[in-house]
Write a protein that binds this ligand. Structure first.
Ligand code: MN
Length: 249
């Protein structure tokens, strides 16, 4: 099995090293990662400048570093390695729960692989933002998911896992808060933050994470609102649109 490992924290991240090492037991591992941190880049791709590729080594794995986004790295990693059977992204330094899935470069790397027809999973270690994370307790769960990989799971690992559960994405509402500060030159700067407006829903990724459980969420590529789509098929004329019958929802 040919496995490509990527991330959004960059080629130097200890999480990338841990994931590449864990993947070795399952096949030939190559890496393709950003040469600088690209967290919260989402699924951005670079279209306004050329991308540069340099050889890189992560532990025993060879590969490339790219001056681009996580999605760029996966596209170029699959191109340079003549494809892969599996793409693994992470282990991210920090969670990718609920709304964070939308911003995450880690998840986007896995999604880019899925868009290119390659099975993929994203791994994130909760509370590891500082970079001083201990990946050891998570590795058995990482190995379990690689072994059981189905669809495109997004995996969130508590620091001390107590078990592993299937979850759905938490979609609770947030109050976006912008916090103002001042830099040493007297310029106003801004931090984007978010505060939840409710408790996490039972059975969701956040709910599992709060209980110390490894959260595995299968993600879909189809963003269509199924209920609204079906309603539109019944009464499309109300909006003056034409209904086109087909699979979906
Ligand atoms: Mn990150």
């Amino acid at each position: 099995m040919r496995i490509l490992v990527s991330n959004d924290d960059g080629i130097q991240s200890p999480g990338l090293l841990a994931l590449a090492a864990a993947a070795e037991a399952f096949g030939t591992v190559r890496v393709a990662a950003p040469d600088s941190e690209q967290s919260a880049m989402g699924h951005a791709i670079t279209v306004d400048r050329p991308l540069l590729v340099h050889p890189a080594r992560v532990g025993r794995a060879e590969g490339i570093r790219v001056n681009g986004t996580p999605a760029d790295c996966v596209a170029l990693g699959l191109y340079h390695g003549q494809g892969a059977d599996l793409v693994l992204s992470g282990i991210n330094l920090g969670s990718n729960l609920g709304h964070e899935i939308w911003y995450s470069g880690t998840v986007a790397a896995a999604r880019q692989a899925a868009l290119l027809g390659v099975r993929a999973a994203a791994f994130s270690l909760i509370g590891a933002e500082s970079g001083a994370a201990d990946f050891t307790p998570s590795i058995p769960y990482v190995e379990k998911v690689i072994r059981l990989l189905v669809e495109q799971p997004a995996l969130n690992l508590p620091p001390e896992p107590k078990g592993i559960v299937w979850t759905r994405q938490s979609v609770r509402a947030y109050q976006g808060r912008v916090i103002l500060g001042q830099d040493p030159y007297g310029r106003t700067h801004y931090w984007l933050t978010a505060a939840p407006l409710s408790e996490p829903e039972e059975g969701t990724d956040r709910w599992a994470a709060e209980r110390g459980l490894v959260s595995v969420t299968p993600l879909s590529m189809d963003l269509t609102d199924g209920a609204l789509w079906r309603a539109a098929m019944v009464d499309a004329s109300a909006l003056g649109f034409e209904a086109i019958e087909g699979e979906g929802g």
